[in-house]
Design a protein around this ligand. Structure first.
Ligand code: PEP
Length: 249
């Protein structure tokens, strides 16, 4: 039985004053059935972790460097995120792959570092619109899974987020059939690589323009174990609606 996960990615949004949204979220959802995670910018991880202590909300990072420490100006290591109170980190988000040129090898190294630091890792995969139009979606997902996911994972420490690049921040989503096809494919790849025990325990999130209004139909799709949410995670009322839909799924 996989515990569903509602994960919010604040991206480069949020100042100290915005931590009030977390108080509102915690008050509205004191005892959710689903796991709830917010990944704020690195500047807010420690403050959010302190603020959510004693609530059902976990805190994560949005990326990490593969090294534990060293001469990497501007970067944050997995050990630093863990030290600040994070329990998860997202790696391989398409914005990191595009803006920072992160390859599958880079993402795998980051994921490995995260696991070594005791963090759970959310590895993002997803096709561009051109790749979907060329009927290459499953090949792309297959390659990203093989290249970005490290070998030493457990069913609890690894989460996969399927995020079609063209659906992120656009208000567009795949059909539920398209989401189901990719999620079933990811499940089959995980079982083939890690065996059924681990393969069936890994949570697979859908990400890309999830809102309270479309969450219920997306959460009804097979092998959708929750969502990675960008824009709609910034406001407690929106993210709360998504948590409620996941709790009811
Ligand atoms: C994301 O950035 O991971 C994401 C899914 O964004 P949005 O929900 O805004 O599409």
């Amino acid at each position: 039985m996989r515990v569903k996960l509602a994960a919010g990615n604040w991206k480069m949004n949020g100042l100290s004053a915005d931590l009030a949204e977390i108080d509102a979220l915690a008050a509205a959802h004191p005892d959710p059935r689903s796991e709830v995670l917010i990944c704020p910018p690195a500047t807010l991880v420690a403050a959010m972790a302190a603020r959510t202590d004693g609530t059902a909300i976990a805190v994560g990072g949005q990326s990490c460097h593969p090294a534990a420490s060293g001469a990497h100006t501007g970067d944050v290591s997995a050990a630093m995120l863990a030290d600040a109170g994070a329990t998860y980190v997202i790696v391989g988000h398409s914005e990191r792959r595009a803006d920072h040129g992160e390859s599958d090898d880079d993402v795998r190294a980051q994921a490995r570092a995260a696991l070594e630091a005791g963090l759970k890792v959310i590895v993002c995969v997803g096709e561009t619109e051109a790749q979907r139009d060329a009927s290459n979606t499953l090949d792309i997902i297959s390659g990203q899974l093989a290249g970005s996911v490290p070998d030493l994972v457990t069913g609890e420490s690894l989460v996969i987020a399927y995020e079609p690049v063209w659906a992120i921040g656009t208000g567009r989503t795949p059909t539920t059939d398209q989401i189901g096809e990719v999620h079933d494919f990811i499940r089959a790849r995980l079982e083939a690589r890690f065996g059924t025990g681990v393969g069936r325990s890994v949570r697979i999130l859908y990400g890309g323009s999830v809102k309270p209004g479309n969450a219920t139909e997306i959460f009804a799709v097979s092998n959708v174990d929750g969502a990675l949410v960008g824009g709609a995670s910034l406001k407690a009322s929106d993210f709360g609606g998504i948590i409620a839909a996941l709790d009811a799924a």
